[in-house]
Each structure stands twice: as C-alpha cells, then as structure tokens.
Design a binder for this molecule. Structure first.
Ligand SMILES: [Zn+2]
Length: 146
C-alpha cells in the first residue's frame, strides 16, 4: 500500500478513511504578528480546534487536508499539536495565495519553494509531504458551473 505523509508522519493510504479535502484549521493574514491589538492564544485555539476535529471524527471523518497557503499563515506545528490531541490525520498543503497580476512576477521563487516543500517538507517537519493547492478564483462547490 502507498503511504501519505501527514503532519505526524506517514500513514498507509488505506487508513485515511473519510477525508475532508479542503479545510483551514487557522488562517493568519500577513501583518497580524505586528498588530499590537491581536493576541494569539495558541493553547486556547488548539483546544477549540481539537474539539472541532473530535466532532468531525464522531461523524466518521478520519483525515483533514489543511489547504492553508504559506501566505495565509500556514502553521504546521499547530497542525501537529491538534493532530496529536484529536487523533485526526492532518495533511498540510503548500502553495501561495496571490492576486492574478502578481503571479507572473513572482512565479519563479514560488516554484522553487513549492518544489523544496514537496521533496523536503518545512518548519522542521522533515520529509513531510504537502498537498498542493491551486486555482485562482473561488467557485461555489454546489454550483453546476465549471
Ligand atoms: Zn481554501
């Protein structure tokens, strides 16, 4: 069987079970760290997210793909904390959230980063595989438009 790398390590693909393919456990906009009015309560937030993950588990979900891009505060250490606390498989994504007009100017450095993360992981999580995130506009998943 093939393996899928989660934030806590490889998992046999047959053990992934019911999977939510596009979630965001937390999002942090650029500059949030410099805002003196914003205080991030990691412990309290982890507890709240863990409760949500346990509720999902109770509904039969075993795996969550966190599609939070690098530029929206992807936080793999946090994902690992709540994965351990909840028992949920969490797969981190790599990618950038950019405006269409920014893409051509910034494409090359992004490709290098995406390739590095896909082969070596990031944030000290070794060879963790990241799911990729793509697309350049929101589409209503319930819409029949393609
Ligand atoms: Zn998203």
């Amino acid at each position: 069987m093939s393996k899928v790398n989660t934030v806590l390590g490889p998992v046999d693909s047959s053990a992934l079970g019911r999977t939510r393919m596009h979630e965001h456990l937390i999002i942090k906009y650029p500059g949030t760290d410099q805002d003196p009015l914003v205080e991030f309560d990691k412990e309290g937030t982890a507890k709240a997210v863990t409760e949500q993950l346990l509720a999902l588990k109770a509904k039969g979900v075993s795996t969550v793909v966190d599609a939070t891009p690098i530029t929206l505060g992807r936080y793999v250490e946090f994902m690992a904390t709540v994965a351990e606390a909840s028992g949920m498989n969490i797969i981190a994504a790599t990618g950038f959230y950019t405006r269409r007009q920014d893409k051509q100017a910034r494409l090359r450095p992004e490709v290098d980063i995406l390739q590095r993360e896909a082969t070596h992981g990031d944030q000290g999580f070794g060879d963790m595989w990241h799911a990729g995130k793509g697309g350049d506009k929101y589409r209503d998943p319930t819409s029949s438009d393609t």
